[in-house]
Design a protein around this ligand. Structure first.
Ligand code: UDP
Length: 482
């Protein structure tokens, strides 16, 4: 029997899709290992999102904590944080900081052996400290973006120039960025800006934490994994791609993963009718809310290219036009003209199921880390179209380091300014054509498929990510039983 006994891991997800999906996958990974009990701590409105992602057979407990809406003076619905507006974002962060007391009470009650919490809860390091248990940080990005962010924060290469590109100091690989490609928190480091303050606290709390769990696999970005550990001195465990690990174990157990359902089967049936590598999948994650004018440019590009596509369009429900029939973002007659070629998904798509289908040969992505890694995991080449946050860093990994994608080149194809700014159809079409129709794209698909194999090996028993999780669990067990 197991000499070191059981381990109880508590997990505190940050309440936005892009953070919840992978950290719940991490909870499932812990729960799949022998002798590990897993509890996810979340609020009432978020609990259904959590349970939806957990198979009924997984032994994961959900511990509810109260969302401090009243104390924060914010509406109840601020509890789910898929922000389309910056006001909602501010309200949410304000309330999230007050989750500390409810978390402390929950930890005192369930007494776990360790806490895995999102980087956006820096104060949770102290909550764990009070109980004398280790806190592990989950950032939601890969090594490349983690390393780039630290190099930029420490060296501030953009301070000397507003426009010129610079090579990221210290970072291996001579990576070039422009100031406009930095996240707002790095670009506008103002005293008194609550977000700047949060980023500072996050960095500080990492020093007080036991280590970092990274949703990546070593073979994908070995130079940056080494740099993160050796040069930046971060103890860490790469245990990803976490979506792949769970999909595999769910397949073995004969269950569908997340995203199975009626609409998924329609979508898959449609894909069955297409040639391998012929369809491009376009999706900008859970938050992107493009202006109607930009959606029209995308539609024009797809129509003019003439190939097959699945295009996911999400709109902020609060700004969406009242009348469903008046979809002003589509050129008149677009769906009739492209009926054979294209599928528009309004709302939420079963992304992983679509991406892994052999008919899909390319992915137009905003480079959120989950989407990027999901694309890599199923061996797809990409057109990169980053919008915000660390997405520009992920773009560099995909294009400059891995060579499995090409950029949409926003700066070259942009028209208008401010709210009227759009990337023109012509630029989008050129990028899609290069990826889908040319030799260049073929070579990128070949490389992407190599990475897919590496990802699969990493999560198998004996693979780097599988072993890394075993090492972490052993270490935590020993620590909790001394
Ligand atoms: N996603 C999905 N269907 C959609 C949009 C997004 O399943 O229609 C999933 C996607 O597979 C990924 C996550 O939502 O796991 C988005 O995370 P990402 O880091 O790519 O971007 P974010 O939404 O945080 O900007």
């Amino acid at each position: 029997d197991d000499p070191t006994g059981n381990l109880h891991v508590a997990i505190l997800p940050f309440m936005a899709h892009g953070h919840m999906i992978p950290i719940i996958d991490i909870a499932k990974l812990f729960a799949s290992r022998r002798g590990v009990k897993t509890t996810i701590i979340t609020t009432r409105l978020n609990a259904p999102l959590v349970s939806k992602q957990i198979p009924t057979t997984a032994e994961i407990h959900i511990e509810l904590i109260r969302f401090p809406a009243a104390e924060a003076g914010v509406p109840e619905e601020s509890e789910t944080a898929d922000f389309f507006s910056s006001t909602a974002q501010k309200m949410f962060f304000h309330a999230a900081a007050l989750l500390r007391r409810p978390l402390d009470a929950a930890l005192a009650k369930i007494r776990p052996d360790c806490l895995v919490s999102d980087a956006f809860f820096p104060w949770s390091a102290e909550s764990a400290g009070k109980l004398g248990i280790p806190r592990l940080v989950f950032h939601g990005t890969g090594y490349f973006a983690l390393c780039t962010a630290v190099c930029i924060r420490v060296h501030k290469p953009h301070k000397n120039s507003d426009s010129e590109s610079f090579v990221v100091p210290c970072l291996p690989g001579k990576i070039e960025l422009t100031p406009s490609q930095l996240p707002e928190s790095a670009r506008k480091e103002e005293e008194g800006n609550p977000f700047t303050e949060l980023v500072r606290e996050m960095a500080e709390s990492e020093g007080k934490s036991y280590g970092v769990i990274v949703n990546s696999f070593r073979e994908l970005e070995p130079n940056y994994a080494d740099f993160y550990r050796d040069e930046l001195g971060r103890r860490n465990w790469a245990i990803g791609p976490v979506s792949l690990s769970n999909r595999r174990s769910e397949e073995k157990a004969g269950r569908g993963g997340r995203g199975t359902g009626e609409s998924s089967s329609d979508c898959l049936k449609w894909l069955e009718s297409k040639e391998p590598d012929s369809v491009i999948y376009i999706c900008f994650g859970s938050l992107a809310d493009f202006a109607d004018s930009q959606l029209k440019e995308i539609a024009a590009a797809l129509e003019s290219w003439g190939g097959s596509f699945i295009w996911v369009v999400r709109k902020d429900p609060r700004t969406e036009s009242e009348s469903e029939s008046e979809e002003e973002w589509l050129p008149v007659g677009f769906e009739d003209r492209t009926a054979e070629k294209g599928l528009i998904i309004r709302g939420w798509a079963p992304q992983i199921l679509i991406l892994e289908h052999e008919a899909v040969g390319g992915f137009v992505t905003h480079c959120g880390w989950n989407s990027t890694l999901e694309g890599i995991t199923v061996g797809k080449a990409m057109v990169t179209w980053p919008v915000a946050a660390e997405q520009f860093y992920n773009e560099k990994l995909v294009t400059a380091v891995l060579g499995i994608g090409l950029p949409v080149e926003a700066e070259k194809w942009v028209r208008g300014t401010g709210d009227d700014e759009v990337i023109m159809a012509e630029g989008i079409e050129i990028a899609v054509r290069r990826l889908m129709d040319g030799d260049e794209g073929k070579e990128m698909r070949r490389k992407a498929k190599e990475l897919r194999e590496m990802a699969r090996m990493a999560i198998e028993e004996g693979g780097s990510s599988h072993s890394s999780l075993s090492d972490l669990i052993d270490e935590l067990k020993q620590r909790s039983h001394v």
